[in-house]
Write a protein of this length. Structure first.
Length: 219
């Protein structure tokens, strides 16, 4: 059966579970919200998300180097206690997240981190694809909304499919680990380095600046 976005949002609001988890629970419960909540609770996901407001000041900063030193990632993952930070489960999460960042190259942490002007530019591009079509404006906007959701899933770390298990997102990976450890967890920040990235552009910009200064000096 088709699951409406409104039902997914309502279930998320009441449980805090991830979008995909909510969709699966609603499909399993045939759209029944109460049963969907029960399904999420049995899986430990609803309980896990209730911990999301708790402070995470412990954790680890980890690095991942790939390609003989040509690609590197630094990521900070937080938890509530030093005890959990030292567990194998937490350390595996940190390792998996850093490897995922190296492979998937996310540009932002979450969708709220994507600048509004970037999102609007994407919307304009998608709308332009329907110029001259006979589709009603409201239908086009629904299609555009769907494309924007797909865009988020491509560029936002939390919404990307996990490279080791594409059936779950990084958000689901974190939520599953919260359920296992009983503590709030949070990927706080990351940076990805690629050897030589941006150097060619910087050299061109510098050359253009030097040429402009020479031209100005000759006048």
């Amino acid at each position: 059966m088709e699951i409406s976005a409104k039902a997914v949002q309502e279930l998320r609001a009441s449980t805090g579970a991830g979008i995909m988890d909510c969709k699966k629970a609603l499909a399993e419960s045939e759209g029944n919200l109460e049963k969907a909540v029960e399904i999420l609770r049995k899986k430990g996901l609803a309980a896990a998300t209730k911990k999301a407001s708790r402070v995470t000041s412990e954790g680890a900063v980890a690095s991942y180097i790939h390609g003989g030193g040509k690609l590197g990632v630094l990521v900070e993952v937080n938890c509530e206690t030093d005890f959990v930070a030292r567990t194998d489960v937490f350390q595996q999460l940190v390792k998996d997240v850093s490897m995922h960042i190296a492979a998937a190259n996310p540009l932002y942490l979450k969708r709220e981190n994507v600048p509004a002007e970037i999102v609007e530019k994407e919307r304009e591009i998608y709308r332009a694809q329907f110029e001259g079509s006979n589709k009603p404006a409201n239908v086009i906007e629904k299609i555009v909304d769907g494309k924007i959701d797909k865009y988020y899933s491509e560029v936002c770390l939390y919404e990307q499919p996990f490279v080791k298990d594409p059936d779950k997102t990084i958000q689901q990976l974190v939520t599953d680990t919260v359920a296992k450890l009983g503590e709030n967890l949070n990927i706080r920040r990351f940076v990805r380095f690629v050897l030589g990235e941006g150097i060619e552009k910087e050299e061109k910009d510098l050359a253009a600046e030097v040429a402009a200064q020479r031209e100005a000096a000759q006048k």
